[in-house]
Ligand binder design. Sequence first.
Ligand SMILES: [Zn+2]
Ligand SMILES: [Zn+2]
Length: 141
Amino acid sequence: MSHLPQRPDWHCRACREDWPCLGARADLLTEYANTRPSLGMYLAAQMMDAVLDLGHPLDAAMYDRFLSWVRPREPKPAWLAPTPRQSYSRRDIVQRAQQILDTHVRLPATGLCAACGADRCPRRAGAIRILYSRYGRLRCG
Ligand SMILES: [Zn+2]
Ligand SMILES: [Zn+2]
């Protein structure tokens, strides 16, 4: 079975990966070896269909999936919305650091970390650095 898209979920019919899967990419690059611009147009059309089928925004992630691998050296067009990065609030960061300090405790008997057993626990050191520096004062428990 060849690597063709299954609509409307845009999985590969052969390997069930997101289409175009690695198999499809290899097939297409071979098929369009001498007509690379046509491959770009074909994939742009497929991308538009996928966006409509999936109800997915036309963003950098979709561009990566459908087009970036065709001409890898070309920069992404500026009109594409950037893929949103997960952002953490100051409170999330302080809370996470506090959690690390609560579990990665230095055992008085051995001086080793209770959670990971390290002599100088890097996670504890990182959490202390976060709490002291940008994100607030260390609250000792
Ligand atoms: Zn496939
Ligand atoms: Zn530790």
